[in-house]
Design a protein around this ligand. Structure first.
Ligand code: 4AD
Ligand code: MG
Length: 431
C-alpha cells in the first residue's frame, strides 16, 4: 500500500493509500463513523461505513479515542463540502498506540491550563495553523533577502555588548567574564555589512523585560537586515517591500490556515508598498488633538498611543524621526535638527503595535565615541564597534523585525504567546 501524507492526497484521487495519523476527534452513529484525522501535514475526515467494512473494523473505529495513533488505509475521494476538498473512504485501521484521557478535549479550556499543556496544545487546529503561518513568514523572509542580494550572517548569542540599553539584559557567566544573551545582533551585523554589503540575520533575542503585555516575550526571534551605502529613506523602502512580501505570501500560500484562524483577510489584502509615513512630531500633535493628553513631546509611545495612530490607516504606518533622548546611542542625527534622529518604527494595523524598529547609523568616529561615553557604555567592550567608523566608514542603515509580533498580526492572534511554539513569558519557563 502506498504511504502518503494528508497534504499529498490531491495527487492520489481514486487510489487506495495508507496514512499515519492521529485521531483528532470522532463522531459516530450506528451506521457510520467520522474520524477527524491529522498527520501534521493537514487535517482530513475519514469515513467508516458499517455496511462496507468488516464488523471488527467498525467496532475498532467506533472505539477510537482522541489522539490515538493509527495507520489508516482507504480510498481518496474528492469532497466539495470540506474546505480541504478531500476525504478518505476508510477500508482499514491499524491502531499503533491507544491514547487515554488526552487532557485537551474539544470543550473550552482556560489559558493557563492550555499553556501548561503547550506541548500537547500545539496539536490543535488553531495552533497548527499559526505554526504554518509562522513557517510561511520564515520561508518568505529567506526568499525576499536571497532575491535582493543579501547574505545571511549569524551574529553571536553570547556577547559583551548591549546595543539597546543595559536595563533588560540576561546576564550570565562566560567562564571568568560577564556576558549577556544577545538582545540584538545589530552591532555585529554592521561589521558584517562592511564586509558583505547587504546582510541579514535571523536569530533568537533575549530581553529581561518585566512586561506582561500581549506584545512582549522574554525570548523572541528577530530578522535584522543591515545595508552599507543605504540611507534612511532607502531603508524604509526595503522595509515596506519586505513586509508586503511576507503578507502577500501568507495570503497566497496559507489560505486554509487563515480560514481556520477566522482571519479577516480583507484587512491584509491592502498591505502593499508604499506605506504612509508620519513624523514623531506630527504623531504627538495628532494624539494631543485627539484626546490623548497623557503624552508630550519627548515621551515614548505606549500601546494605546500606537493603536490610536494605527487606526488612521489600513496599512502599517512608519513613525519617523524620534527624539534623540528616547532612542539608542548609535542612531544618526537628523541633518537639520539636533533633537531628533533618522529612525523609524513601523506600527502594524489593528492594535498589534511596533513590528519594526530601525535607523540610519552614526558613521562619524568622533560622534560615535562621544555617544558611547554619553551612554556610559564600557569603552573596552565597544572598542571593536568604534573601529568600524575608523576604516572606510560609510552611511549605512538597518532594522529589526520581530517575528512573533508579525505572526500575531498576520494570523490575527489575541496574544503573542500563541505565535511561538514554546513561549518564554515573565512567569513561564514550563514546558
Ligand atoms: O526596536 P527594537 O528594540 O530594535 C532593535 O533591537 C534594533 N537593534 C534592530 C535593528 O535596527 N537591527 O526591536 C526590534 C523589533 C521590535 O520592533 C519588535 O517587533 C520586536 O523586535 N521586539 C519584541 N518582540 C517580542 N517581545 C519583545 N519583548 C520585543 N522587543 C522587541
Ligand atoms: Mg523599538
Amino acid at each position: 500500500m502506498k504511504k502518503i501524507t494528508i497534504a499529498e492526497m490531491a495527487q492520489h484521487v481514486g487510489e487506495t493509500v495508507t496514512i499515519g495519523a492521529w485521531i483528532a476527534n470522532k463522531r459516530s452513529s450506528g451506521k457510520i463513523a467520522f474520524l477527524q484525522l491529522r498527520d501534521g501535514s493537514g487535517f482530513v475526515q475519514g469515513v467508516v461505513v458499517k455496511a462496507e467494512v468488516p464488523e471488527e473494523l467498525f467496532a475498532t473505529a467506533k472505539g477510537l479515542t482522541q489522539e490515538t495513533s493509527v495507520y489508516v488505509t482507504g480510498v481518496v475521494k474528492e469532497d466539495e463540502r470540506s474546505s480541504f476538498g478531500f476525504e478518505l473512504g476508510v477500508t482499514d485501521v491499524k491502531v499503533i498506540h491507544e491514547a487515554k484521557d488526552f487532557p485537551i478535549t474539544p470543550k473550552e479550556h482556560g489559558t493557563e491550563f492550555l499553556m501548561d499543556n503547550r506541548h500537547l496544545w500545539l496539536r490543535s487546529r488553531k495552533q497548527h495553523a499559526t505554526m504554518k503561518v509562522r513557517n510561511e513568514i520564515i520561508r518568505a523572509t529567506y526568499e525576499f533577502y536571497n532575491n535582493h542580494g543579501f547574505v545571511k550572517v549569524d551574529p553571536p548569542i553570547l556577547t559583551g555588548s548591549a546595543p539597546e540599553g543595559t536595563s533588560e539584559l540576561f546576564a550570565t557567566k562566560y567562564f571568568d567574564e560577564d556576558a549577556y544573551l544577545s538582545q540584538s545582533g545589530q552591532l555585529y551585523m554592521e561589521a558584517a555589512a562592511m564586509a558583505l554589503g547587504k546582510v541579514f540575520s535571523f536569530g533568537p533575542t533575549f530581553r529581561a523585560e518585566k512586561s506582561k503585555t500581549r506584545r512582549h516575550l522574554i525570548e523572541f526571534w528577530m530578522i535584522e537586515p543591515e545595508m552599507a551605502f543605504v540611507e534612511h529613506d532607502e531603508s524604509l523602502e526595503v522595509q515596506e517591500q519586505y513586509v508586503e512580501h511576507i503578507v502577500q505570501s501568507v495570503l497566497k500560500n496559507c489560505k486554509l490556515e487563515l480560514e481556520r484562524l477566522g482571519r479577516d483577510t480583507s484587512k491584509l489584502e491592502n498591505v502593499k508598498a508604499p506605506f504612509p509615513r508620519i513624523s514623531y512630531d506630527e504623531a504627538i500633535e495628532w494624539l494631543n488633538n485627539n484626546g490623548h493628553d497623557d503624552i508630550k513631546w519627548g515621551d515614548d509611545f505606549g500601546a494605546p498611543h500606537e493603536t490610536a495612530i494605527a487606526e488612521n490607516y489600513d496599512k502599517p504606518v512608519f513613525i519617523v524621526n524620534y527624539p534623540t533622548g528616547i532612542k539608542p546611542f548609535y542612531m544618526q542625527p537628523h541633518p537639520e535638527r539636533d533633537d531628533v534622529v533618522l529612525c523609524a518604527d513601523l506600527i502594524a494595523p489593528e492594535g498589534y503595535g511596533e513590528i519594526i524598529g530601525g535607523s540610519e547609523r552614526i558613521y562619524d568616529y568622533e560622534l560615535m565615541k562621544q555617544r558611547i561615553q554619553e551612554h556610559d557604555l564600557d569603552e573596552e567592550a565597544y572598542a571593536w564597534y568604534l573601529e568600524l567608523s575608523k576604516y572606510g566608514a560609510v552611511p549605512h542603515s538597518g532594522f529589526g523585525l520581530g517575528l512573533e509580533r508579525t505572526v500575531a498580526w498576520i494570523s490575527g492572534a489575541e496574544h503573542i504567546r500563541e505565535s511561538i511554539p514554546f513561549p518564554r513569558l515573565l512567569n513561564r519557563l514550563y514546558p
